[in-house]
Design a protein around this ligand. Structure first.
Ligand SMILES: Nc1ncnc2c1ncn2[C@@H]1O[C@H](COP(=O)(O)OP(=O)(O)OP(=O)(O)O)[C@@H](O)[C@H]1O
Length: 235
């Protein structure tokens, strides 16, 4: 299953935010989408999943054009979007939130038990109301919910946003698990070095256009890229 984005143009009103983004995510790959504030990372994800559809260009999933489809139908094809910020049913417990996200009985997919064993922290918190979780715990819950929706690809939007360094390193462990499982991931990050640690390839976007595409190792080594992204070492 390959996700191919061809020359998409997306607007907010008259503001031409994506000016021809093209990218590809192959089966089993982790791909980072990097860029400064306001570069268009979130908008790219929202365009892929149909929340802010592109006005021009094409999004193909497994060779089928999905650009015109409504968001719920795109989600049903296994494209799971994990937006940044706190999003869970605050008054429900962790377990109830997870149970609601469970889609059918996909024998190859993730079961509630498997999510709770893989993320023991969620197990410990299973009776706590989601509204009482810390930012990092919420992030883990969102990831657990996304895995239960039987995703073929996960779109993670700035998962480290607002998290403490200790939680960021937890998140790194979860990403490593996704990679071992060969779950296809597209991840946007302000924290470029964090994303590049787990990514196979990366795209750098600026003002709604792809400026650079390279293997993650190359992007990690490039002083020019690091300067451009304003990264500091030691993540
Ligand atoms: N709902 C909206 N209405 C109008 N303009 C918007 C809206 N959402 C985003 N924009 C603008 O579109 C541009 C791209 O925003 P986007 O959120 O995609 O960037 P980003 O790369 O994800 O940045 P950040 O890391 O700051 O979230 C920015 O100039 C932003 O101000």
């Amino acid at each position: 299953m390959t996700l191919s984005v061809h020359d998409i143009h997306t607007y907010y009103g008259r503001s031409h935010v994506l000016q021809g983004i093209s990218l590809e995510v192959e089966d089993g790959e982790t791909v980072a989408l990097l860029g400064r504030n306001g570069a268009g990372k979130t908008t790219t994800m929202r365009s892929i999943v149909g929340l802010t559809p592109a006005r021009r260009g094409r999004v193909e999933w497994d060779g089928t054009d999905i650009s015109g489809l409504p968001a719920h139908r795109i989600a049903r094809r296994g494209i799971a979007f994990v937006p940044s910020g706190r999003r869970a049913y605050a008054s429900l417990t962790v377990r109830q939130n997870l149970a609601l996200a469970t889609r059918g009985n996909d024998p190859k997919g993730w079961s509630l038990d498997r999510v709770l064993t893989t993320f023991p922290k969620l197990n410990e918190l299973s009776d706590r109301r989601a509204g009482h979780l810390s930012g990092g715990e919420q992030q883990m819950l969102k990831l657990g919910r996304a895995l239960l929706s039987a995703p073929r690809i996960l779109l993670l939007d700035e998962p480290t946003e607002g998290l403490s360094p200790a939680i960021v390193s937890d998140l790194g462990r979860w990403l490593a698990i996704l990679k071992e499982e060969r779950i296809t991931v597209l991840i946007t990050e302000q924290n470029a070095l964090f994303a590049l640690k787990y990514a196979d390839r990366g795209y750098i976007i600026e003002k709604g256009l792809v400026r650079h595409e390279a293997p993650a190792a190359q992007l990690r080594e490039s002083a020019e890229i690091q300067r451009y992204l304003g990264v500091s070492a030691g993540v």
